[in-house]
Design a protein around this ligand. Structure first.
Ligand SMILES: O=P(O)(O)OC[C@@H](O)[C@@H](O)c1c[nH]c2ccccc12
Length: 262
């Protein structure tokens, strides 16, 4: 359960020599009744952990593909409460760890302590909260620790060295190394010194380092995982799931699995 579940999932992938693959999907894109099947598909396709997004009216870090998926989810009437209920219902059927991605506003509306308890009851193992800076973490960290839920921190390319060290030290579950400046979404290439940046983060961090933002092809997965433990892929997965192009998703997930390609 919780943080330990995430740690175990990474451990077994990395110990067999594979890289970790974390797909991001928007909860309720296609209707919340699809969620259980979507999670089962990702688990069966070989994902390590799933990052599940909660639609929000003001998604500052999200690019166009994720924003549109969020609008579709909101049109389907999806809310944080509805997603947590759905996750709780399907909990016994899943083994793949779940990380929720939500902004602070819906958490405040829910009530911080109630939210942490509801996450545990729903089988949520970790959280990504992009608009929660290190300086404000105290409002939620103690209660997450009590419920043993990991808080995954984001390392930005623009952060100072000192800040990156602090983020690497504090993060739980994994370190989310953001590979580009700006919002989420497919990019054709990455900046030249990215490999060196990821290597520094790997050295500083006691947990796996995963690169995310702009990753959309097996080639990206191969080149990034030369410098880190795995990848997070959002827009490409969201787009492919919307088009029901499951083969593209399978191929992407398999590209992180070195043992399966031999
Ligand atoms: O879509 P991309 O470029 O593949 O990037 C992953 C990203 O979508 C996912 O991790 C995510 C969606 N919304 C976020 C907000 C902040 C940080 C990360 C995210």
């Amino acid at each position: 359960m919780g943080k330990a579940n995430i740690e175990q999932a990474f451990k077994s992938v990395l110990e067999r020599g594979d890289k970790a693959f974390v797909p991001y999907i928007m909860a309720g894109d296609g209707g919340l009744e699809q969620l259980d099947e979507q999670l089962a598909f990702l688990e069966e396709a070989g994902a390590t952990v799933v990052e599940l997004g909660i639609a929000f009216s003001d998604p500052v870090a999200d690019g166009p593909v994720i924003q549109e998926a969020g609008l579709r989810a909101l049109e389907n009437g999806v809310s944080l409460t509805a997603v947590l209920e759905k996750l709780a219902e399907g909990k016994a059927k899943r083994t793949i760890p779940i990380v929720l991605m939500t902004y602070m506003n819906p958490i405040h509306a829910y009530g911080v302590d109630n939210f942490a308890v509801a996450c545990r009851e729903a089988g949520v193992d970790g959280l990504i909260i992009p608009d929660l800076p290190l300086e404000e973490e105290d409002i939620i960290v103690p209660t997450l620790q009590e419920e043993e839920i990991a808080l995954i921190r984001l390392a930005a390319l623009t952060s100072t060295e000192e800040r990156l060290r602090e983020i690497s030290k504090r993060t739980e579950g994994f370190l989310y190394a953001v590979t580009v400046t700006g919002t989420t979404g497919v990019r054709s290439s990455f900046q030249e010194n990215l490999g060196a940046h990821l290597t520094v983060l790997q050295e500083q961090s006691n947990v796996p380092v995963l690169a995310g933002f702009g990753v959309s092809s097996p080639e990206h997965v191969h080149s990034l995982t030369e410098h880190c433990d795995g990848v997070v892929v959002g827009s490409k997965i969201v787009d492919s799931l919307y088009k029901n192009d499951r083969e593209t998703i399978r191929a992407l997930i398999t590209s992180a699995s070195i043992s399966k390609q031999k």
